[in-house]
Design a protein around this ligand. Structure first.
Ligand SMILES: NC(=O)c1ccc[n+]([C@@H]2O[C@H](COP(=O)([O-])OP(=O)(O)OC[C@H]3O[C@@H](n4cnc5c(N)ncnc54)[C@H](O)[C@@H]3O)[C@@H](O)[C@H]2O)c1
Length: 281
């Protein structure tokens, strides 16, 4: 099948998913709300392509076309859509309803949500059988494995098309069941929250928390450096999704995370989070 994908949201993940796709020769229509964000994303995609190629993580030549737009109507003839807008359930519901009204029936609609159950989002689309979630890792052009979430209403044909799409993107899918945070974020977001709480209590510095996870447990990156990479704004949004849907206080974002987001210290993307990153991206 000749894929042509629409990517909704040109932030951290949308831009990087676009890099992964065009780097594998799959054309992309990238949508966001304004031209400034799209211009920044085009620049990031160029830099990411260069980096991934230097690292041998993407084919060296033969990239596909990247079209950027603010008009959802430009998604009319894509073969699948990957939604990567901000982790706000009401926003995702609105965006998914809009996109499902534009694409042809049978077009796979994939959400890259961190934590919202597929079956909840399925209420917003015209054809719930066309919807599933792929939780790409950050950055998706460097990490091959992805979580694939099949909701109770996801169709067999959608799962088969997703397998085909992941093959075109050279990613390895791990299929898991539906529910808040799926597998990875049910565990990871709670760990990040607890790590931040330890710093808040003055029991350890961010450096010490991460050194313990990296040195003692062999994790490649500790929870707070991971949180800075994800974006602390996204961490707080994901924790709220998990807390609202489980009632589990372990997911209630701690004061330190909330304060950092209120101060605009989102991590790598703004230049400061738990660590200093030498300027915004
Ligand atoms: N950051 C990560 O490490 C990571 C990893 C896996 C999954 N995710 C998930 O991916 C999604 C995107 O996260 P992100 O970190 O890229 O967020 P981000 O804040 O960097 O980007 C979100 C983008 O969505 C755009 N947007 C908002 N409303 C829109 C609309 N109506 N139409 C089109 N675009 C719109 C925003 O302008 C912004 O550019 C979230 O669901 C998040 O939970 C994030």
């Amino acid at each position: 099948m000749n894929h042509r994908i629409g990517v909704l949201g040109a932030g951290v993940m949308g831009a990087a998913i676009a890099t992964l796709a065009i780097g594998h020769g799959v054309p992309v229509v990238l949508v966001d709300v304004d031209e400034d964000t799209l211009a920044k994303a085009r620049k990031e995609v160029r830099q990411q392509l260069k980096l991934a190629r230097l690292m041998g993580k993407l084919p060296r030549t033969g990239e596909a076309e990247l079209v950027t737009t603010t008009d959802y109507a430009d998604l009319a003839d894509v073969t699948s859509v990957i939604e990567a807008v901000t982790e706000k359930p009401e926003l995702k519901a609105k965006v998914l309803a809009e996109v499902s009204g534009v694409v042809r029936p049978g077009t796979v609609i994939v959400s890259n949500t961190s934590a919202i159950p597929v079956d909840e989002m399925a209420d917003s689309v015209a054809r719930p059988e066309d919807l599933c979630a792929i939780h790409f890792m950050n950055p998706p052009y460097l990490i091959r494995a992805v979580e694939v979430i099949r909701g109770p209403r996801t169709g067999d044909e959608t799962m088969s098309r997703v397998t085909d799409l992941l093959a075109a993107l050279d990613r390895d899918g791990v299929v898991v069941g539906d529910g808040p945070g799926f597998v990875i974020n049910r565990i990871l977001q709670r760990s990040i929250n607890e790590a931040a709480r330890i710093v808040e209590e003055g029991r350890a510095t961010p450096e010490a928390v991460d050194a313990a996870f990296e040195g003692c447990l062999g994790h490649r990156t500790g929870p707070l450096a991971t949180a800075d990479l994800i974006g602390l704004d996204n961490v707080v949004d994901s924790l709220r999704v998990l807390h609202d849907r489980t009632g589990d206080r372990g997911y209630e974002p701690c004061d330190l995370l909330v304060a950092k987001v209120a101060a605009g210290d989102f991590g790598r993307k703004t230049g400061r989070g738990f660590y200093e990153h030498g300027g915004a991206l």
